[in-house]
Design a protein around this ligand. Structure first.
Ligand code: NIG
Ligand code: FE
Length: 410
């Protein structure tokens, strides 16, 4: 079956040349075709061009007059498998408590972990599935999900099995990351080493055996895991073929960026606390910085210096960090607004950050993140827009009219 999207006002995110991370000045380029068509067979784009280049017939036609087509969003950092909302902590933060103070008082990650361990697996799956559906409707087609609210071998593995089941059950692609080192569970409070040993000798071997994760992450930050502890875990993960990703420099200049580069991590995420030294290291390595403007907005903390990083030639991705504590939202359009307004990115830089560069932060850039023959036909049809800037200009509004997943409309 061949589906033809025709009379498209503008296609944004055309891939000219090989799919690769956009860095520095290149981040402000978004290639377009006006008055265009796209032919889709199964899940793949089989032809794309301007209307005067259309050849042959399709089996089904979709008239896109006035509408634009974009690649679906690529969200490379989420924690969407969780038991319940933490609105009590939200009230505490509004009342003046910081994220760290709440965590120290037993709230935060440990609170989510306690609730998750009590929850029935089927219920946990259903609540995560609802979030996946919500994200697909907002245009996300490539998604990463982390564990890290289990903190026991049984619950961490349960989370990762749920992530794999979600991937198998939905038409979008979902990659999983093991984040056992998200916090030290209460019962290991006085024996951190024992927990790290459990991660290395119990959790990682089992995860590798069942192929439950694509990556291994560590929360390398003040009050969580040190650089030395993170290195031990990530080195072990590498022996099982799990490439590192690191939560780095959210709460302090933690050394996490340097560790990520030293370990050839795929990405280092957060980066709200960055100095010039950290930017210099990133410039010399392939580790992709991932910034999370939703977290800064929600926790009311500084934003990652994304403008400065791009001006110096860095290539970065933008992700949601959707989780119940620091960012209960996966709305990528809103992230574009925050990236533009708070980080001073251009609409094109923000767009590339949540499309092609997001795909690179999950090693899926050959199939996702831009539009070209051979790439996945996982696309967004927008409401009428005259300029890419309108996606972030009308903040808080959805411009997603339809999500096209292969020949099906979601
Ligand atoms: O990425 N920073 C660490 N982990 C999450 C927050 C987790 C939570 O508060 O539940 C994050 O922001
Ligand atoms: Fe996170």
């Amino acid at each position: 079956m061949r589906l033809r999207l025709e009379n498209i006002h503008t296609i944004y995110g055309i891939q000219k040349g090989p799919s690769a991370l956009k860095k520095g000045k290149d981040l402000s380029h978004v290639d377009t075709i006006h008055n265009a068509f796209i032919d889709i067979e199964k899940n793949e784009i089989v032809a794309v061009g301007s209307m005067d280049q259309v050849e042959g017939y399709a089996d089904k036609y979709m008239d896109c007059t006035g509408k634009s087509i974009l690649p679906g969003w690529c969200d490379s950092h989420t924690h969407i498998i969780f038991a319940t909302s933490r609105h009590g902590e939200y009230r505490m933060r509004i009342g003046g408590k910081s994220y760290e103070e709440i965590a120290e008082a037993g709230g935060g990650i440990l609170n989510s972990a306690a609730k998750l361990r009590e929850m029935d697996e089927a219920e946990l799956y259903d609540s995560a599935a609802q979030r996946v559906e919500e994200l697909i409707k907002t245009g996300t087609v490539l998604l990463e999900i982390k564990s890290g609210y289990g903190l026991s071998p049984k619950s961490e593995l349960t989370m990762l099995r749920i992530a794999r089941k979600l991937d198998a059950s939905y038409p979008i692609k979902i990659k999983s990351t093991f984040l056992g080192a998200h916090a030290i569970p209460e019962w290991y409070k006085n024996d951190r080493k024992a927990y790290i040993k459990e991660i290395c000798d119990v959790m990682l071997p089992q995860i590798a055996k069942e192929q439950l994760a694509d990556y291994c992450d560590v929360f390398c930050d003040k009050g969580f895991f040190t650089v030395e502890e993170s290195r031990i875990i990530l080195q072990k993960a590498k022996t099982f073929g799990l490439r590192p990703k690191i939560h780095a420099n959210e709460l302090a200049v933690s050394g996490g960026v340097q560790l990520a580069c030293e370990m050839d991590a795929l990405s280092c995420d957060h980066l709200e606390a960055m100095g010039q030294e950290e930017i210099d290291v990133l410039l010399k390595h392939d580790t992709i910085p991932v910034v999370l403007p939703g977290t800064s907005f929600y926790l009311n903390i500084p934003y990652a210096p994304a403008r400065k990083m791009i001006d110096q030639g860095v290539g970065l991705a933008i992700a949601s960090d959707y989780n119940p504590g620091s960012t209960p939202s996966g709305n990528m359009e809103l992230l574009m607004s925050l990236a533009c307004i708070k980080m001073k990115l251009s609409p094109e830089e923000a767009f590339n950050g949540i499309t092609i560069n997001g795909a690179c932060a999950l090693e899926e850039e050959q199939e996702y993140g831009s539009i070209a023959v051979g790439k996945k036909a996982h696309l967004i049809m927008t409401t009428p827009i005259q300029d890419l800037a309108q996606l972030s200009y009308f903040y808080g509004k959805s411009h997603v009219e339809n999500v096209i997943l292969g020949t099906k409309i979601y």
